[in-house]
Design a protein around this ligand. Sequence first.
Ligand code: SME
Length: 363
Amino acid sequence: MPEVTQTYRDLAAELGALLGGETDPVSNAANMAALLWHGLPDLNWVGFYFRQGAELVLGPFQGKPACVRIAIGQGVCGTAAARGTPVVVPDVHQFPGHIACDPQSRSELVVPLIEGGAVLGVLDLDSPLTARFDDADRAGCEQLIEVFLARCRHAAPSEAAGEAGGIDPESGCRLPLPRRADLDAEGQRIYDRLADPDGGTLRGLKGPGGIQLHSPELARHSRPVNHYLRYASGLGGRVRELAILATAREHDSQFEWAAHEPAALAEGISLDIIEAIRWRRPTTGLAKADAIVIDLAREMFAARHVCAPTYARALQQFGRRQLVDLVALMGNYAATAALLTAFAMQLDKRQPPPLPSLLFFRR
Ligand code: SME
């Protein structure tokens, strides 16, 4: 393991000061690229590619205009992303598949940005000199990336809301618990179901059910729909909980995720699959039906477009009626996530936020 040299120790200190308390990943990447451009000799390009699905997409950089999209596995950047390890190339002409953005480049160093085992993107450095980069550069850049990622980590939204105050200690959100005495007979019936530990809701009054009961007519209409989608649509427990977890992930809904992760485990969904959803890892290698559910949620909520092959797979798997129900189930939990977000529903005191911030993974 090579020592991090003084140059890189100085750069790491400068980077920490430069980024300060800023968490915006694009701004921080732009400043980091500028710092390296001026701080390291013999570069003709330095910058970021951020991962979007199976591609790397150009981020902030210094140097000549560069190619925008690189498939994971292609070129030096895509190779480092696919392996999840840095790649040092002394002579780019000897690297099969090297993508020549700037014909002046002779050597290259690519270091992946890794968070929780997931590759979020890469830092790419090019030089007009042969063999410009060595192991000390690799180790130095890895340290700089650690500083960068640490700065970009957002405070969990529920923590931020807690700091801002306005949370009712009883309900755990911005609204008080609904009061039984304020409700009509139908509202009281719903209240009693929510208050009953065996009433069929995961969180009872201290969750979305309690929030909805502030609009009793809404609760009266929406609860049967939710019940149909969960239990009577024929989707089954496994598809249901996969759909809910994928929806919670795409909405960064810590509370929805925390409530449903145990339910997913109880349905026999393996930890490997739960981790793939949590970290938005590729679905390659998962069982066909599982991958379809997760891909559909990601495309609907993140890409905001369901591509034709995903739609075709989903239709073939579920048929028309069940596919409509599956999409409606995801929409139902997106609506729940909206309520939880707007009313700042808090996690239980001792529960650490289960969903990591994925920085550039999102849109
Ligand atoms: N040479 C890289 C492409 C990116 S540019 O160097 C900016 C590669 O082979 O992945």
